[in-house]
Write a protein that binds this ligand. Structure first.
Ligand code: FES
Ligand SMILES: [Fe+2]
Length: 376
């Protein structure tokens, strides 16, 4: 057995040219100490997506989320500003809100300390006899929250560059699709028995389509036609051209702005560490991943339509059919990624060589290696 730490093994793994790349070492998936490093160096220092901003349309709409195990509230405040704050009460530290919904104020379920939507403490019963208590010093700590093209992006890191800067290359790459012009129509939460990186890597390559998705979309994919361009520092991507078997994936007939292949090109964006977006002119779907132990991943799975399609009355049935297809595709991905996790537990599990179609996986491995390098 190697005595190297997982991060040292990973450094060595990514030090070769892409033409000789191997899958990541098993320890970076299975070692709880490496997961702790990922929480502190990756998830606590990156932008993590909590879903779509249009789902918090009105003042008082809120959702709850965790980044690096830290409970967070995201809400629309009275002045219409999207805000995030700690979801931990300033009294005896109860978690305040759960799930999602609509509120006029944040009332702690334990002793009813009550906070305004901007996080300031409005009132606390029977606290006037404690001389140390001061309402003004008991606001919920603010957490950075940005609406980036309709995506709710959160970070615990005060110094992380803004998503608009970090991800400007996406807008340069796809100037003709504006992610603000899409509306979420479904959203679910799942938990799969695999490491979060196995699922992220599964999204990044379409090499698995013909086999893993033989029962659904596999037949439409030709490995020879796949292009895996070099990625950028904050994300990787690839794209495919869709035929007309799913009308929703093409530009709506009323959209005369998109031209030529723009009308049927599907983009697959993997924004590090864990926002995975499939974007077509007609619909989008996404996964936002968070680790839950080395052996489980928590998945926010959502999607919806471009606003051109939202205005089309006949689109409801197509959307139902699309959602059913996505569910089937996800089931296949679940099978494949859970089998990888299981295989990795074997004494014979050794990472193998990567295909040229797995370039994004290698870039992802390099990105993680850079993130944890300082802590190695
Ligand atoms: S813990 Fe919140 S009011 Fe006591
Ligand atoms: Fe897949």
């Amino acid at each position: 057995m190697s005595k190297m730490t997982p991060q040292a093994e990973l450094m060595q793994n990514v030090s070769v040219p892409f033409g000789q790349a191997q899958a990541m070492p098993v320890s970076v998936y299975t070692d709880p100490a490496f997961l702790a490093l990922e929480q502190s160096e990756v998830f606590a220092k990156s932008w993590v997506c909590a879903g779509r901003a249009e789902t918090l349309a009105n003042p008082g709409d809120y959702l709850t989320f965790e980044i690096a195990e830290e409970p967070v509230i995201v809400l629309r405040d009275r002045s219409g500003v999207l805000r995030a704050m700690s979801n931990v009460c300033r009294h005896r530290m109860s978690v305040l809100l759960e799930g999602r919904g609509h509120i006029r104020s944040i009332v702690c379920p334990y002793h009813a300390w009550t906070y305004n939507l901007d996080g300031t403490l409005r009132g606390a019963p029977a606290m006037d006899m404690n001389a140390s208590f001061c309402k003004e010093h008991n606001s919920l700590p603010a957490i950075r929250c940005v609406d980036w093209n309709g995506w709710i992006m959160l970070t615990l890191d005060a110094d992380a560059p803004e998503p608009a800067m970090l991800l400007a290359d996406i807008e340069r790459l796809i100037p003709y699709l504006d992610m603000k012009d899409y509306t979420e129509t479904f959203r679910e939460e799942h938990r799969w028995n695999t490491n979060w990186k196995i699922l992220a890597e599964n999204f990044m390559e379409s090499y698995h389509l013909p086999m893993c998705h033989a029962g659904t979309i596999g037949g439409s994919a030709n490995l020879r036609d796949m292009v895996c361009p070099e990625g950028y520092s904050a994300f990787n991507y690839h794209h495919i051209l869709k035929d007309d078997s799913i009308p929703l994936s093409l530009a709506h007939p009323s959209n005369t702005r998109l031209q030529g292949e723009e009308r049927n090109r599907t983009w697959l964006l993997a924004i590090y560490p864990s926002l995975l977006i499939t974007l077509t002119p007609g619909y989008f779907w996404y996964l936002s991943l968070r680790p839950d132990g080395p052996d489980h991943v928590k998945i926010l799975f959502g999607g919806g339509m471009s606003n051109d399609f939202m205005q089309d009355e006949n689109v409801a049935e197509q959307l139902v059919a699309l959602k059913a297809l996505l569910d089937d595709v996800n089931d296949e991905d679940r099978g494949c990624t859970e089998r990888v996790w299981k295989g990795m537990q074997s004494a014979f599990a050794v990472p193998g060589a990567l295909s040229h179609l797995e370039r994004p996986n290698f870039e992802f491995a390099r990105w993680i290696a850079n993130r944890v390098a300082g802590a190695a």
